[in-house]
Design a protein around this ligand. Structure first.
Ligand code: 5AD
Ligand code: SF4
Length: 451
């Protein structure tokens, strides 16, 4: 049905029209935006990097923390002038639009927004756009219930060698701080054959690195007796795909068969992103994470025993309600014990409708910030030490492009996702090169070609 609207828009309004998509939040949102771009391009729209040139502007929102929402309001404010001068269409969609209060706020304070769509109605974008273009009406297209999975949407990928593939939607965990289960709905897994077909097609097009996406990938259930381990095994044997990454698993569901699949999968990266959230068993309980500090540490040990070259990255929230100094020290203790390659650190942000928002023992802002800085300092101190293990080693680097600051310096990543900079040439982009690591600079390593 959407194909019909794609054709209609293309014939009546496509051609020279230009689009701009602003994406906030996680890689799942980035992947959704690639689908929005795919739909827009099949309607005849062309991309621009300059928002002022666009005929259609789409904001794909995130609501995981308050600052992500504030950014959206700032952007919408800026767009008012553009709306008045150029005859543009403004669409806003994604996670934040699943919240009723947010939709009401948009309608009241930013009435010039043309389309509001949610996480379950993304695939209907061509239809929504068609009605706005032809009837000049405002559209709100948000479903409160879980949407179905829509396969075969057009997609315009951001990269030609690395691709994200969403394997499941939604989350059933209800961690007490998190809004995702409310805005993305319950877990729904894609069929294994659809995922495998998508990845085989990508391999044929020359893609070599795949990141599997889901809120909780190791509760993937493709069909009876077919879970995440089986999926990893099958993807590992797809010819042409040299690196397989996945985010995010949940420590409570990290089963032995998944450890075995990672160990045996020669193309599966041994960097495991294992969200910790807190190192304190008390806080973990209040967060509804379903594991203790000890269980997390023994999972890390078990993985290391089975996969000797495994490395870890993590997510940590500081300042969860009721977090005491002792609780926070437990978090620091885990950071000292597990040499994380990367830590994504967040200051706890109250999310309306979640259980943690109703907790009485909220932590004052200055304490949250002070703890955040202590965690950051500890990590930065550890990281340089941790980086030493790379010095003198020869790493397989997938060359991604030139460095942002210097066009003569090329950049790529190790299997463990470390950024490595080195002198190279244009032909190397998209290839694997053997690079010897010669120095470390906290956030990146420096190397040279190993001839
Ligand atoms: N406040 C701060 N960080 C949060 N995250 C999720 N919800 C919140 C919140 N309310 C973090 C978690 C999660 C990551 C994607 O975002 O660490 O793993
Ligand atoms: Fe949020 Fe927890 Fe689900 Fe992750 S597992 S999306 S943190 S509720």
């Amino acid at each position: 049905m959407q194909n019909e609207f794609i054709e209609k828009v293309k014939q009546k309004y496509g051609g020279k029209k230009i689009y701009y998509i602003l994406t906030m939040g996680c890689q799942l949102n980035e992947n959704d935006s690639e689908k929005l771009a795919g739909m827009l391009e099949s309607m005849g729209y062309k991309p621009t990097k300059n928002i002022e040139d666009a005929d259609v502007i789409v904001i794909n929102t995130c609501c995981i923390r308050e600052n992500a929402e504030e950014k959206v309001f700032g952007k919408l404010g800026e767009l008012k002038k553009l709306k008045l001068t150029n005859n543009i269409i403004i669409a806003i969609g994604g996670c934040m639009m699943q919240e009723k209060e947010m939709r009401n706020k948009i309608k009241q304070s930013y009435p010039y927004v043309d389309i509001i769509f949610g996480t379950h109605t993304l695939h209907k974008f061509p239809e929504d756009l068609y009605y706005v273009l032809s009837n000049k009406e405002k559209i709100q297209d948000v479903l409160e219930i879980d949407g179905e999975i829509h396969e075969e949407l057009p997609i315009k990928r951001n990269n030609t060698k690395q691709a994200s593939v969403t394997i499941m939607y939604g989350c059933n965990n209800f961690c007490s701080y998190c809004i995702v289960p409310y805005v993305r709905g319950r877990e729904r897994s894609r069929r294994p054959e659809d995922i495998i077909k998508e990845i085989k097609d990508l391999a044929e097009k020359g893609y070599i690195e795949i990141t599997l996406l889901g809120q909780n990938v190791n509760s993937y259930r493709g069909k009876e007796n077919y879970g995440f381990a089986e999926l990893l095994n099958d993807i590992n044997s797809i010819e042409g795909i040299k690196r397989i990454r996945f985010i995010s698993p949940h420590p409570k569901d990290f089963t032995d068969d998944v450890i075995k699949a990672i160990k045996n999968g020669e193309n599966i990266c041994k960097l495991i992103h294992l969200p910790l959230q807190s190192g304190s068993s008390n806080v973990l309980k209040a967060m509804n994470r379903n594991y203790t500090k000890e269980q997390y540490l023994s999972l890390v040990e078990k993985i290391k025993n089975n996969i000797p070259n495994a490395t870890f990255s993590t997510d940590i929230i500081v300042g969860f309600p009721g977090e005491t100094e002792k609780d926070f020290e437990d978090t620091l203790d885990i950071v000292k014990k597990v040499n994380f390659e990367q830590i994504y650190m967040f200051i706890y942000s109250r999310r309306h409708g979640t259980r943690a928002d109703k907790m009485e023992n909220q932590i004052p802002e200055e304490v949250k910030h002070e703890r955040f800085n202590r965690l950051k300092n500890l990590f930065e101190h550890n990281i340089s030490k941790n980086n030493q293990k790379y010095i003198g080693t020869i790493q397989d680097i997938l060359v991604e492009g030139t460095s942002k600051n210097n066009a003569n310096i090329y950049t790529g990543r190790t299997q463990s996702n470390k950024v490595v900079n080195f002198e190279g040439n244009k032909e190397w982009i998209g290839q694997f090169k053997k690079i010897k690591i010669i120095a470390e600079h906290t956030w990146y390593l420096e190397g040279k070609i190993d001839e």
